[in-house]
Design a protein around this ligand. Structure first.
Ligand code: ATR
Length: 326
């Protein structure tokens, strides 16, 4: 890869960012497309987010991805925030404009593309959303925006599910979402669901758990995305497959959110399906080989996490561990 003095500079900011696969992914796209582009990891302490944004603007960065734990923290420092990011309440991509940055959220659309890759249209589907945290909000927004027929949100804390459902129903002005306690799953009244698993249960290193174990629940799921991607196959995915459904992990969501960001910075190019497949292979090699897991262990020791969302408080807690951010 040749980087000239005129190269477009982008990156990822988080704390920490040592585990991020985004530099590998983004620089690979640039190389394949022969672009004068470079993408670097930036570890930004929590209290220096505002200074970091001013700094990268002054340095001429075209944009930056934002990962845990800064996705909300960046918001006050932006010139504009696009509608999806505003509704989700989190920003994962900044794009340079005159005088500052505009914030986007590419996670929701990344999840949409991951579902689409399974040959599934969201429109008209009866959906299940497991979890009601930050990641669930991006997933809920996506399901509503793409006109799911119904969405049942199941969460351990039903009050949080109710708040999420009320907020989305109000935003989209239709009563598509309904909240349930996790234990109420036997009351689900549709025959066949598209399910999105957004809780941290089952993530490395606490593999082998799913929020619901009952095989009867899984017989109703035709397709599922678990947004966790370590391990490659979660207990939830295993149970979906035993119930004869299709299940994928969160790696495609991670890849597609990155592609959407890359195309926001480079609007004249498109990442091809072949490039996407090549990048997926590279990332799988990194993630799922033995020493890849060792790398995660080291990150966990630094109190890191591997999730697209997540609050600081549970990064080191017992239930730490879900899906990576950029
Ligand atoms: P994120 O922003 O990554 O989504 P979060 O906002 O902390 O993280 O949300 C974590 C989600 O996983 C929540 O839905 C949480 O349920 P509660 O709202 O009841 O806390 C869910 N979760 C975490 N550990 C869980 C467990 N052991 N059993 C069931 N749900 C769990």
């Amino acid at each position: 890869m040749t980087i000239s003095g005129k190269a477009m500079v982008c990156g990822v900011m988080g704390n920490p960012v040592g585990h991020s696969l985004s530099p590998m992914m983004q620089n690979y796209f640039a190389e394949k497309l022969n672009l004068d582009f470079v993408y670097i990891p930036c570890n930004v302490p929590d209290e220096q987010v505002g200074e970091a944004i001013k700094g990268i603007y002054a340095l001429g960065f075209e944009g930056i991805n934002v990962t845990v734990p800064h996705k909300q923290r960046v918001m006050p420092y932006l010139l504009e925030i696009d509608e999806a990011a505003r509704c989700i309440g989190a920003v994962n991509t900044l794009v340079r404009m005159e005088g500052g940055y505009k914030g986007y959220n590419t996670d929701a659309e990344g999840l949409f593309r991951a579902v689409k890759r399974q040959g599934i249209e969201v429109s008209g589907q009866d959906c299940l959303l497991l979890g009601a945290g930050g990641a669930a909000k991006a997933a809920a927004y996506m399901l509503m925006k793409h006109r799911a027929r119904s969405v049942a949100v199941l969460n351990r804390s039903p009050e949080k599910a109710r708040i999420l459902a009320d907020e989305m129903n109000r935003l989209f002005q239709r009563e598509t979402m309904k909240a349930m306690d996790l234990s109420e799953y036997p009351r689900l009244d549709k025959d066949s669901y598209l399910a999105i698993q957004t809780t941290s249960v089952g993530m490395h290193p606490d593999i082998g758990y799913a929020v619901i174990e009952d095989p009867i629940f899984y017989e109703k799921i035709h397709t599922a995305v678990d947004i966790i991607y370590t391990p490659a196959q979660t207990r939830f995915m295993e149970l979906v497959k035993q119930g004869k459904g299709k299940a994928v992990n969160g790696l495609d969501m991670l890849i597609y959110q990155g592609i959407i960001a890359f195309e926001l910075w480079n609007p004249d190019v498109r990442v091809t399906d072949q490039m996407t497949d090549e990048v997926r292979k590279m990332m799988e090699e990194q993630l799922y080989r033995q020493d890849g897991m060792e790398r995660f262990k080291n990150d966990a020791e630094e109190c890191n996490t591997h999730r697209i969302y997540g609050s600081r408080k549970n990064l080191c807690g017992k239930d730490a561990g879900k899906k990576d951010g950029p």
